[in-house]
Ligand binder design. Structure first.
Ligand SMILES: Cc1cc2nc3c(=O)[nH]c(=O)nc-3n(C[C@H](O)[C@H](O)[C@H](O)COP(=O)(O)O)c2cc1C
Length: 248
């Protein structure tokens, strides 16, 4: 699965609109549900629920279905949702199912669950040709804007591809003494409100950690990950995780 995820980092893109020409079949919907069961959490012990509903049951205005993601509210739950949802985002690209993380919409009805609604991913069947071609069109920070220290395996060039809310890219990696220190930094917020971005940037960090780990695995680099306690302090740079790289 890691190789598939790795390849999909360069194929995936956000579908900000859909043509509405193709439909997902019952068997494809079943396959998506089965895939959801295989998603690995960032942190064990946080209850989550992924529910597929017709997109018309949400306030979003395009896409055939919405994958609603709910979670128990615990430390790291937003990063956990990002980490799990990004596995789904990458897998969907491999099946030519277009997707878009969608923070600006809500389900119309309050569900029968005590979990918190976190975010949805809008999906619709699309053609292979509608995905990103390897070379083009990626608007991202440069490698040196997101990385300091040595990078012999060219990890920054892959990690920088991670998607984020309003493309804010709220991440920075410091590489030193055989470890990677991953920080959440103040992203480019644009029109979004500060509170909303505090929420979404944590989801973004989970997405980033997933992409980073897929890249480390692909390079054959073993690691021990430690998630850092979430601090209530308002800082411009929050240490999110430390990866101790193990020499083989
Ligand atoms: C947590 C999160 C929330 C997002 N919310 C929205 C949204 O509400 N509307 C939208 O059109 N795109 C949304 N996006 C998609 C981003 O705008 C997109 O990922 C980013 O601009 C990078 O482009 P790319 O995914 O095509 O590489 C969201 C992405 C993430 C990760």
């Amino acid at each position: 699965m890691n190789d598939l995820y790795y390849d999909m980092i360069f194929k995936r893109k956000s579908f900000h609109t859909f043509k509405g020409k193709k439909n997902l079949s019952e068997s494809e919907l079943e396959e998506i549900k089965n895939q959801i069961e295989t998603l690995k959490p960032l942190e064990e012990g946080i209850k989550t629920k992924f529910k597929i509903v017709p997109r018309t049951e949400t306030t979003c205005r395009w896409g055939e279905y919405a994958v609603l993601i709910y979670s128990e509210k615990k430390e790291h739950y937003l990063q956990n949702v990002g980490y799990m949802g990004e596995q789904l985002d990458l897998w969907l690209a491999s099946k030519n199912i277009g997707a878009c993380w969608y923070g600006m919409a809500k389900p119309k009805e309050v569900p029968e669950t005590d979990l918190e609604f976190v975010i949805m991913i809008i999906i619709e069947k699309v053609g292979e040709e509608e995905f990103r071609k390897e070379s083009g069109g990626l608007k991202r920070k440069t490698e040196s804007e997101i990385w300091s220290g040595e990078d012999p395996e060219k990890i920054a060039s892959v990690a920088r591809c991670a998607p984020s809310a309003v493309n804010s890219q709220p991440w920075f990696i410091e590489s030193r003494e055989n470890a990677l220190y991953v920080y959440q930094v103040k992203g480019k917020w644009g029109f979004m409100m500060r509170n909303a971005m505090t929420h979404f940037n944590r989801v973004d960090m989970g997405i980033f950690l997933l992409i980073l780990e897929v890249c480390l695995n692909q390079r054959g680099l073993s690691f021990q990950r430690e998630l850092c306690p979430e601090t209530a302090k308002k800082q411009d740079q929050i240490l999110t995780a430390v990866y101790k790289l193990e020499k083989e």
